[in-house]
Design a protein around this ligand. Sequence first.
Ligand SMILES: *Cc1c(COP(=O)(O)O)cnc(C)c1O
Length: 455
Amino acid sequence: MKDRIKRFFLAEQDIPRKWYNIQADMVNKPMPPLNPATHKPLVASDLYPVFAEELCRQELNQTDRWIDIPDEVREMYKYYRPTPLVRAYGLEKALGTPAHIYFKNESVSPMGSHKLNSAIPQAYYCKQEGVTNVTTETGAGQWGASLAYAASLFGLEAAVYQVKISYEQKPYRRSIMQTFGAQVTPSPSMSTRAGKDILTACPNHQGSLGTAISEAIELATTTPNCKYTLGSVLSHVTLHQTVIGLEAEKQMAMAGEYPDVVIACFGGGSNFGGLAFPFMRNNISGERHTRFVAAEPASCPKLTRGEFRYDFGDEAGYTPLLPMFTLGHNFRPANIHAGGLRYHGAGVIVSQLLKDKMMEAVDIEQLESFEAGTLFARAEGIIPAPESCHAIAAAVREALVCKETGQEKVILFNLSGHGLIDMAAYDKYFSGDLVNYSLSPDEIKANLSELPEVD
Ligand SMILES: *Cc1c(COP(=O)(O)O)cnc(C)c1O
């Protein structure tokens, strides 16, 4: 048998020294976030009360293509980066496809997902600016775990609001956060005004990322020396995640290939943008014609069935108004096990790129996602996170089209995390207890009706 390469490794010195800011290269820049009171475009200093100042500047930076990664952050990236790029020979064989399938394995991070790529710089900038406490929300607990760990690295106290349904579905992620010293509260809680209001109106509220964000922001703005951090959606988060795509670009070159299709699952857009944007810059320059596919859950379909509007990032309406594809900030996603994808909106960069047809989106039903995830686990030996199963399902669809047409396309997807702490979800899948959730057009319209149209 030919001695073929399965995993493509880079050396530590190949960890990127700069993040890629696609905003600098976009032909149509994202529309500005608006101050909800004045409807004036936001400036960085409007965000200073909530986020570390450097992160606010990164958020609105539309001019600098490359942003230096601080040495201290790169030092911590060395604990798990560069991550391997893997040729999915097992999956190709299981599908009988002529396609060449690759995946970037972000599940090897100590917390099991890509989230640490942004948790480390966010904690670092907070520390630099004299902050002592950080707050955040978490769904499945991937972000909360990453922030808890990053906070402990830089000597910060972390308080995490975890979406109640996930707090109950994924008890071990809570234990992980507590291992790193974080204080974890199920959300909605009675500890904030936002939480109290929601529980008074709806005592059985299962929580959502939108609700937990409101609680975390409220705590940050009412506690001295405390900043809020976010695990997705915002442009600075996606900026930090570009280490994924920048490494993958070098690794694809080692493999002597270039992707025809780049795929990632989609919650708010950070792992999608992180993998896709470095490749997309070659589309913007006209050198390449790669397709970029975001895979979202059919039960939370902001990209495929939402609308482009100015909307709040959270349920209570504390955030600026963001120009984004959304299902409405009051949208209550079904209790799917891909907790990290249960969010009503998409980041502003991705929203603009979708509007400009620089990328595509597909929606995946819960059962199709677990079917693909199980197939992948058996073929490649890695149990994927329920979120990542959506990317795998989209990659499987592409590979099966190649099987029909006989095309040897190169497919690259992001394995955003492993599912070893999500086995309760797999148990339910195996025992036939998981269902698909259908959404009627009326349900979608109802939540959007209050939002003004954007022209
Ligand atoms: C949070 C999470 C996601 C979704 O978030 P994005 O910002 O859209 O990447 C996807 N996969 C895993 C494993 C996650 O933890």
